[in-house]
Ligand binder design. Structure first.
Ligand code: IPM
Ligand code: MG
Length: 375
């Protein structure tokens, strides 16, 4: 019997609530399909910060490296820990620590979920954003400097307004050739596997970011030449954002640098019905554990009420099962979620219903178990 070691980090706000439902469904499906999961929970997050002064212990990455997968709820409680400390301390620390460069976010609306567009039909939309997640604008390079600091002497004269400023902040984006290449290779392979439109769209912005995005574009052209079976196209990210709304059915695989991908995937979450429906995986090249976390944050405004929509977390669980090689379980969980949302009997308040997070988790567990048993 295959046995997987899963590290579960509930995190903050609604994180522990949705993770609880994902683990419930995992348990039930593993039971039916006969594989084992040893789940260890880690209490890291803003509460941990309050008592320890840091978001995770110093040996967190080493501890997590012993697991087959990491399942994360959500992190952040801005009233307790500044956002940039909280997120860099957990989400980014894990992504960077394990070189989880491929942030994969499928956009395939569920029948029955709230859908915001008049056209196209939700059923025509089926694309995946493959976001680079270890470099670009997220590296954290730069600093805040008094305007007369030697670090900014070279740039202080670039604009008159800089000279009038008390302080300058520099945030440096770094794009590496190999970093662009590996995420683009991943995107092209995915387009080949999906066999939908056989198309990769690169999100870029070389017209304004002439260093990073011309490197990005050059590598994209090279990678595309190695995959002549796939249609390769690029679009500036501003125009692409419009296309996400105006013609999303024409997308198949979108490859994007870190920050663009972050923004585009909140936009695409709205095509799914909101962040409560948007799953996400942070994948490595296989040497280290990948991390699975829904796109949504900790939603402090509804935390503790038991009303968070666990759909995103459950679809994220399906992505984890697929990555572990438990295809049947992955299919059962995804189909179970789709069934419950389509039937509409059990709906959390964001879907206009009155069901709790746990009621929805139970409904999906039952549906997924049934589907898994049927094979
Ligand atoms: C996401 C989130 C994170 C990101 C934050 C929490 C650092 O918005 O996963 O999309 O920007 O990557
Ligand atoms: Mg985001």
């Amino acid at each position: 019997m295959a046995r997987y070691r899963i590290a579960a980090i509930g995190g903050d706000g609604i994180g522990p609530e949705v993770v609880g439902e994902a683990l419930r469904v995992l348990d039930v499906v593993a039971d039916v399909l006969g594989f084992g999961c040893g789940v260890e929970r880690f209490p890291w997050g803003c509460g941990y910060y309050e008592s320890h002064g840091h978001m995770m212990p110093g040996d967190a990455i080493e501890l997590l490296s012993r697991f087959d997968a990491i399942y994360l709820g959500a992190v952040g409680m801005p009233s307790v820990v500044p956002e940039e400390v909280a997120l860099r301390g957990v989400v980014l620390a894990i992504r960077f620590g394990f070189d989880q460069f491929a942030n994969v976010r499928p956009v395939k609306p569920l029948a029955g979920a709230p859908y915001p567009l008049a056209r196209p039909d939700a059923s025509e939309i089926d694309f995946v954003v493959v976001r680079e997640a270890t470099e670009g604008m997220y590296l954290g390079l730069g600093g805040r400097y008094p305007a007369d600091a030697p670090e900014v002497a070279e740039i202080a004269g670039l604009r008159a307004v800089f000279g009038r400023s008390r302080e300058l902040a520099v945030q440096t984006g770094v794009y590496s050739e190999a970093g662009c290449r590996r995420i683009m290779e991943r995107a092209f392979r995915l387009a080949e596997e999906r066999g939908r439109l056989g198309q990769v769209t690169s999100a870029t912005k070389a017209n304004a970011m002439g260093h990073g995005m011309t490197l990005w574009n050059d590598v994209f052209d090279e990678v595309a030449r190695g995959h002549r079976d796939v249609k390769a196209e690029w679009q500036n990210v501003d125009a692409l954002a419009m296309r996400f709304v105006a013609r999303p059915e024409t997308l198949d695989v979108v490859v994007a640098p870190n920050l663009f991908g972050d923004i585009l995937t909140d936009l695409s979450a709205s095509l799914l019905g909101g962040l409560g429906f948007a799953p996400s995986a942070n994948l490595t090249d296989g040497h280290w554990p990948s991390m699975f976390e829904p796109c949504h944050g900790s939603a402090p405004d509804i935390a503790g009420q038991g009303i968070a929509n666990p759909t995103a977390a459950l679809l994220t669980l399906a992505m984890m099962l697929e990555d572990l090689g438990e295809e049947a379980a992955a299919r059962a969980v995804e189909a179970g979620v789709r069934k419950v949302v389509a039937e509409g009997r059990v709906r959390t308040p964001d879907m206009g219903g009155a069901a709790s997070t746990a009621e929805m988790g139970e409904a999906v567990a039952e549906a997924a178990a049934g589907l898994a048993a049927q094979g």
